[in-house]
Design a protein around this ligand. Structure first.
Ligand SMILES: C[C@@](CO)(OP(=O)(O)O)[C@H](O)COP(=O)(O)OP(=O)(O)OC[C@H]1O[C@@H](n2ccc(N)nc2=O)[C@H](O)[C@@H]1O
Ligand SMILES: Nc1ncnc2c1ncn2[C@@H]1O[C@H](COP(=O)(O)OP(=O)(O)O)[C@@H](O)[C@H]1O
Length: 293
């Protein structure tokens, strides 16, 4: 985590909020508050929302343009900025501009990533100096997926996704299909027939090929588009579900083979050709950018 101060010019920058994939997901139990205990592996992909933070003098936190279907006060960037202000007890204001590229409710973690980028970048721009651990704690109160985007590196995750351990995964080419449906995370976790008692595995087991997603059965039984997308994608490589869906993905060693699969699927599906990356593009930008003094 970069703790250095960013120059004032960074206000004019566009900051990435990358998507994640769950390369496997096991549900090993349930907490007394209903939240499920998971084992999962997060890797980032180079498909991003882009966020610009415009300074304002009146202390208000607002969106330049609210997203269709999401009231401004519910937007995770607004909630993150307000939470940060409250935690730091500061009077700063900001107008947030989000260029939304990640499909919503797709299991790519777009809302969580937008929240994480807001926490990390405003912490720098407002010179609050909150440590990464505090930002991750604030992030967790916004959503189970937020901490990994603050952590900024591919991770083996346990708990509800907040106990993170760095992991290096081959940075392959990936084809992602976004089926034309929105899967509600809560609905899947409430399903009676969801597997909730998977045996815990180790990182070595995952590397050896144990990569099941325990949500797959319930999601594909309820969402025909997801089932169909898995069938079409598996003609090219092993097809998997990310998170609770709706997106499905397949990994490829070769860009050429991935691009060929992408082209074949393009006519029928909303499809993305991306690359898996172990360092979050947000942290690559913070580390490599000339705006860090
Ligand atoms: C399943 C995962 C895997 O990465 O991804 P998505 O498919 O949503 O991206 C996440 O853990 C999702 O995280 P996130 O999308 O932030 O979920 P939250 O907003 O915290 O929770 C939405 C709802 O799902 C249920 N929930 C969520 C996470 C969890 N470990 N157990 C749960 O039971 C809770 O009912 C909660 O009210
Ligand atoms: N900035 C945001 N971007 C996306 N979704 C948001 C945002 N703020 C709030 N949300 C809400 O969070 C829900 C989950 O969005 P998202 O994170 O994209 O999906 P998922 O958790 O399946 O990856 C959306 O349906 C939307 O109602």
């Amino acid at each position: 985590m970069i703790q250095k101060q960013i120059n004032r010019s960074a206000w004019a920058e566009r900051w990435p909020a990358p998507a994640k994939l769950n390369l496997m997901l096991r549900i090993t139990g349930q907490r007394s508050d209903g939240y499920h205990l998971l084992q999962t592996v997060f890797q980032f992909i180079d498909l991003c929302d882009w966020i610009t933070f415009h300074p304002v003098d009146d202390g208000r936190v607002s969106l330049l343009k609210p997203m269709p279907g999401v009231p401004e006060e519910d937007d995770l960037t607004i909630r993150a900025a307000k939470l940060l202000k409250m935690e730091a007890g500061c009077e700063h204001g900001v107008c947030i501009e989000v260029e939304k590229n990640l499909p919503m409710g797709g299991g790519l973690g777009g809302g969580s990533s937008d929240a994480a980028t807001t926490l990390v970048v405003l912490n720098q721009l407002w010179n609050l100096r909150l440590p990464m651990e505090k930002l991750m704690e604030l992030g967790l109160s916004l959503g189970a997926d937020v901490p990994v985007f603050i952590y900024g590196y591919s991770a083996w995750a346990e708990g509800v996704g907040e106990k993170l351990e760095k992991i290096n995964i081959p940075e392959q080419w990936i084809v992602v299909i976004k089926p034309d449906c929105h899967v509600d995370t809560k609905e899947i976790f409430l399903a009676k027939n969801l597997t909730r008692d998977s045996k815990s595995i180790t990182i070595a087991d995952f590397i050896a090929g144990q990569n099941q997603n325990d949500c797959l059965g319930v999601v594909s039984e309820r969402y025909q588009f997801v089932k169909d997308a898995l069938v079409d994608l598996s003609e090219f490589s092993e097809a998997r579900l990310t998170g609770t869906g709706a997106c499905v993905f397949a990994q490829f060693d070769s860009e050429e083979v991935a691009a060929s699969a992408y082209r074949s699927l393009q006519g029928k599906w909303r499809v993305y050709l991306v690359r898996g990356v172990n360092e979050s593009p947000l942290f690559s930008k913070l580390r490599n950018g000339s705006y860090i003094s």
